[in-house]
Each structure stands twice: as C-alpha cells, then as structure tokens.
Design a protein around this ligand. Structure first.
Ligand SMILES: [Zn+2]
Length: 340
C-alpha cells in the first residue's frame, strides 16, 4: 500500500508560512549537505521528513560505534558493517521517505571535485567538522552566489550562520583566519548530542526559509549557544566586510587549493590519504593482504587490520589509516599495502 503525499506533509502544510505552495517548492528543491555526522545526520533527517525533493549527501567517512551516541541516522548494524555514512544515511531515509531522491556521495570534498559535487545545488548545508572544508564551501558559495549555512558543535557549544552571498557577511568576513591548532575538537572536548541536534534544528528551519522563498525571514546573525552554562549570543552579520578576502576581493584561494594540509580526522587518531584517484579492486587486494593481517570487505569499504594500524580503503582509492597521526607513517603503509 503506498502512502498519500498529502497526508504525509499535512501538518507542515497547515503551518501557514509554508502552506501548499511552500510544500510544492520543497518538492522541487535541490540541497547539498557536506558531512553526515551528528549535525549532518540530524539536519538530513529533518529535511528529508519535511519533503525536500533532492538531497545530495556528501561524506568521506564510515560509521563506527563511537558515532551512535549522537548520529541519529545510524545503528549498530551500520557500525558493524563499517558502512559509509552517506550510504547508511540514504538507506535510512529511504525507509521513512521513499518519495524524495537522496544522492549519496562517498567522497572527501576537495577543490578538484567541488564543482561536480556541489554544482546545481540551490542551497549548501554544513555538516562538516573542520574549517578547511568550510572555507572551501565558502569560496565556492560566494563565487557562484549560492546561499549556505555554517553550523558547528563541540562540547556543549554550538554555533551557526546563514550566508547570503552578495548580501550578508560570509564566513571569511567573520573569521578571516582559521582557528589555529588550539581550537577544540570533538576529540579533545567531546560533544553532547543535544548541542548537535539543537544546531541542526536551527540549520534545518533556516534551510526551509530559503527553500520556500521566505528570505526576509532568514536570520542575519551569528548565533551561538552553550547548553551547559545556558549562555547564548548573537552577533550582527547582516553586512559584508568590504575588505573581506572572499566576498570583497573575490580572491578564492581555497578553491585554488591553497592552504590544504593532510587531513587528520576529528575524533580519532587517524590520517586520510586521498591523492590517488583510481579505482581499486577489493577482491584482488583482499587476496594479496590476507598474508599480512586481517582483511574483509563489502561493496563499499575494505578493512585491513595490522596492529597497531587499521586501514580502511574506499573504491576510489582513498584511505583512512587509524592508529597514527603521522602522515609519513600513513603514507608508507598505504604505499606498502595498497600501492603507490
Ligand atoms: Zn566575506
């Protein structure tokens, strides 16, 4: 028995600011979400249930047990199978809303693929855990005049900003430089699931305003909460900074690939290697690695365990190496066991 769309969205259509017309706009909306961790999976769930017609979910990582405390779209089976988060998210969403299109992309967003991954989106949502990717999104969005929403959560703190290119401040207006090495991450400060879900709710409702055309209602401040101390702040962000590198001088250094370090993932002792962009044959590699450690694979990932390291390989040749933060060690393991 198929479900009736009218019933599905009836409570949302009753909300006057959306109505039948807004709902129809959502059906034709095309949104890209970068990162599907705690904030990303909550925002994906909210927008998918709300009926956003096409949702492209880009994530480079796979599900692990430590994600289940806060990442609302994943379960124990996903962690046991090490499913890529984008794939697991698409499966979960299909079970509660099969009327929308979800386009999972297991990939790390880089200057080389950003055009292909974000092109065509009318709105870009931040679900990432790092400033490198956010500055990259900001350059792309400002250059192409696509609105985007910055959102971040760590510890009990959460923060968000709507960026309307050509009008409001952009990320680089407010934060010209990336917070340096002392900046807290989920790895050092932990994270409360409620901080991520609060900021995801705010990000999702601002997204709905953009998508139904209620742009005058879009918030024009940097909004931050600390849920544990019950503090919140709002900083005006309605105006661009004329001397801003990105939206003022239109100098898109991040799109050109400048300042891109080797990436160490949040929450783990691990390094990502992503220089190689050619397909790998899991069956062939499994055979070859069997003599050197424990190896298993499914359609989406290959896991190779050789104490104290664990190498996770994706079909495009990208790898996450756990057990080190030394890029030279990671690179040599990759060269030895996958190929250079
Ligand atoms: Zn700016």
């Amino acid at each position: 028995m198929s479900l009736n769309s009218e019933d599905r969205y009836s409570r949302q259509v009753l909300f006057r600011a959306i109505g039948a017309q807004g709902q129809e706009r959502l059906r034709f909306a095309r949104v890209a979400l970068v990162g599907c961790g705690a904030t990303g999976s909550s925002v994906a769930q909210l927008l998918a249930r709300a009926g956003v017609g096409t949702l492209r979910i880009i994530d480079r990582d796979y599900v692990e047990a430590s994600n289940l405390q806060r990442q609302a779209l994943f379960d124990e089976n996903d962690a046991a199978e090490s499913l890529p988060k984008a794939i697991a998210a698409a499966k979960k969403i299909a079970a509660f809303n099969s009327e929308i299109v979800v386009e999972p992309q297991v990939a790390d967003l880089t200057p080389g693929n950003i055009e292909q991954l974000l092109g065509g989106a009318q709105l870009i949502l931040d679900g990432t855990d790092n400033f490198e990717t956010r500055y990259l999104i900001n350059d792309f969005a400002v250059k192409n005049s696509v609105p985007w929403i910055y959102a971040a959560a760590v510890g009990s703190y959460a923060v968000t900003l709507n960026i309307v290119p050509g009008e409001t401040a952009c990320l680089a207006c407010l934060f010209p430089d990336s917070p340096s090495g002392t900046f807290e991450t989920c790895e050092t400060a932990g994270i409360l699931n409620s901080a991520a879900s609060l900021i995801a709710s705010i990000e999702a409702v601002e997204a709905l305003k953009f998508l139904v055309g209620a742009t005058e209602k879009v918030r024009r401040t940097l909004l931050a909460f600390d849920l544990w101390s019950n503090e919140h702040s709002e900083i005006a962000a309605a105006h661009r900074r004329p001397d801003c590198r990105a939206c003022g001088q239109r100098d898109f250094i991040r799109l050109a690939g400048e300042g891109r370090p080797h990436i160490t993932l949040c929450g783990r002792n691990s390094v990502q290697i992503h220089e190689r962009h050619r397909p790998v044959d899991f069956t062939e590699i499994t055979e070859r690695l069997r003599a050197h450690g424990t190896v298993r694979h499914n359609d989406f990932v290959l896991k190779f365990l050789r104490e104290p390291y664990e190498l996770t390989l994706f079909p495009d040749g990208r790898a996450i190496i756990k057990g080190t933060t030394d890029t030279a060690v990671a690179r040599s393991l990759y060269a030895r066991f996958v190929g250079s």
